[in-house]
Write a protein that binds this ligand. Sequence first.
Ligand SMILES: C[S@@+](CC[C@H](N)C(=O)[O-])C[C@H]1O[C@@H](n2cnc3c(N)ncnc32)[C@H](O)[C@@H]1O
Length: 306
Amino acid sequence: MSAPRLSSSAPQDAADDMSSVGVRVMTARQQLRSSGLPSEMADLDARLIAQHVLGWTTERFLTDVHTVAPIGFGAVYERLIRRRIAREPLAYIVGHREFWGLEIAVTPAVLVPRPETELLVEAALEFLANDAGPVTIVDACTGSGCIAIALASERPAATIVATDISGEALTVAHANAARHGVADRIKLVRADLLSGIGGPVDAIVGNPPYVPFCDRAVLASEVAHHEPGLAIFGGEDGMSVIERFVPQAPALIREGGMLMFEFGRGLDEPVEELIRQTPGLTLVELRRDLQGIPRVAIARRPAGGG
Ligand SMILES: C[S@@+](CC[C@H](N)C(=O)[O-])C[C@H]1O[C@@H](n2cnc3c(N)ncnc32)[C@H](O)[C@@H]1O
């Protein structure tokens, strides 16, 4: 996640001249725009990649944009801009993405955390609000660990078991948990969804893969060609992982405890149907995102039932 090292003693290469940082960023913007990136995104990414290479904050960038670029900057910057032109997500290039106000490290082994997933964190915090004491939570399909880490940061008395089927993803999640000082309360387990996890727990949360295979052709190149398919696709109809996940949950959740998970656009009907048909679960709500799209399923294991 740290900025690339610029060698001050390296001989100047072809990419080094006396141009200012600003001129180089303007050139990169143009290259990104010409490659088809929307202009606002091109401008932002050109600046953020420059800041990453220089190790500069936005304030420093605004102050020092007219200074001559340091030796070594040009070559490193151009290499990273070429990666963005090839549609590698910005988060993989700079090595991190903000989620719930936390800087989460990402590699191509994990999904880049999405803003809409904060809705799931919000719902989980709301339904755990009455549990002032210790709570136990399972975060299935943890990826970078962003959901588990956000919940652990907000609930100092929470202990969380976070699962993923990908060992590489768990390595990233571990580094993130350590970085945010919550590794002692997040147990990372390599598992297929909830298999082998013991209960009872207060809540299960998760963001399982849910994009239908047939949507592959319409996905942004950043997603289709760079993010891990294991994190994206939920079978032919998007439901294949969710259909295995939901029925496993009631056996682990204490009476009165919650199941909350994210799902994709257009899956609200099958998700609702699945929850209604799962013994030991009662649908509370399908929560909509800011665009009005149903996004998060909230279900309860009723007291005395299931
Ligand atoms: C959509 S990503 C979510 C990552 C992270 N929780 C987030 O919200 O950004 C789904 C994650 O589920 C993992 N995964 C896929 N199939 C799984 C399975 N059967 N059991 C556990 N994890 C699985 C993938 O490796 C990936 O990390």
